[in-house]
Every structure is written in C-alpha cells, then in structure tokens.
Design a protein. Structure first.
Length: 165
C-alpha cells in the first residue's frame, strides 16, 4: 500500500486524539525518517497540546549524544537493530519529559542494505511511562518499494504502534 500525505494526516489526527484522551505527550526519535514523523504529527492543528519534541538522530554520534545510545550497542548491533531502537525510544522519553516516545531506525535505500539487513528493513521502538517505571518494545518490518515508499510506510507503522499503547 502507498500512503499519501492525506492518509498520514488522518492517522496523525487519530494519534493526537488518542494522546489527548490519555492526557499524554509524545516525543519522536528518528533516523531513516529524518523528521517525517514529527512533521506529520505537527501538521495537525493543535498538536502543541500533545507533541513535546522530536529528535532527528540520523548519525550514530547524534544517537549517542542526544539520546544516550551506548557506543558499544551501536558497535555490537548496528544502528538498525532492536537494542538501538529501544535505547533511542527510552532516551527520547527520558530526555524530553514526554509520556510516550517512538523511535525509528532503518535502511530506506536505494543502497545500504546487506544480506542480513536488506533495503526496506526498519526497526521501530516505543517507550512509555507506566507508573514509576518505563516500558519499551520493538518490532522489525521489511518494506518493499523505493526510498519514499519505505519512509512513508515507516511513518504509518510508527504512528499505528502509538495507537496500540
């Protein structure tokens, strides 16, 4: 499926309503989507009521400096991995003061893929406050399509995951 700007906006409106209903605010931590999730969320009028901040951490240095991802995790697993995307989500949650965070790291293409991590591989992480503790989960998807299609599918999947929290 191809996601249009209108499709993504409708989904962002649902996310905003979901967050407002739970009196929660969101932060984003994005690598391969380069701020696309934050852009879609802030396209919604009134998003300042539930959108806290967005981190665009495309490079590994930004992941460590801005989100606290350990260099050892990046070395051991690579940026496109479950441990790194969970650390990105937790880092965004803790640093922003938000109640929910979503993180994305992937290979949008057209190059950069490997046999173990083909183009279209995207890891998603979500972190949220649960009482005094923090919970996190991650999920891997492999999308087909060109760079734009992979990024649009990643935005949709990231936002759909927020609706599940």
């Amino acid at each position: 499926m191809s996601y249009t700007d209108e499709d993504l906006l409708r989904l962002a409106v649902k996310v905003g309503q979901h967050l407002l209903a739970g009196e929660r605010r969101i932060a984003t931590a994005e690598s391969c989507t380069g701020g696309f999730i934050g852009k879609v969320l802030t396209d919604v009028p009134g998003s300042s009521q539930w959108f806290e901040t967005g981190y665009v951490t495309y490079g590994n240095g930004a992941k460590t400096t801005l989100l606290g991802v350990l260099p050892a995790e990046l070395e051991a697993h690579g940026a496109v991995s479950e441990p790194v995307v969970k650390a990105m989500a937790i880092g965004a949650l803790e640093r922003s003061g938000a109640d929910v965070a979503v993180a994305v790291s992937g290979i949008a293409g057209p190059g950069g893929g490997t046999p173990g991590k083909p183009v279209g591989s995207v890891w998603f992480g979500w972190a949220w406050k649960h009482g005094r503790s923090v919970r996190a989960q991650a999920r891997l998807k492999v999308f087909k399509g060109d760079r734009d299609a992979v990024r649009r599918k990643a935005v949709s999947n990231a936002l759909t995951g927020v609706l599940e929290l």
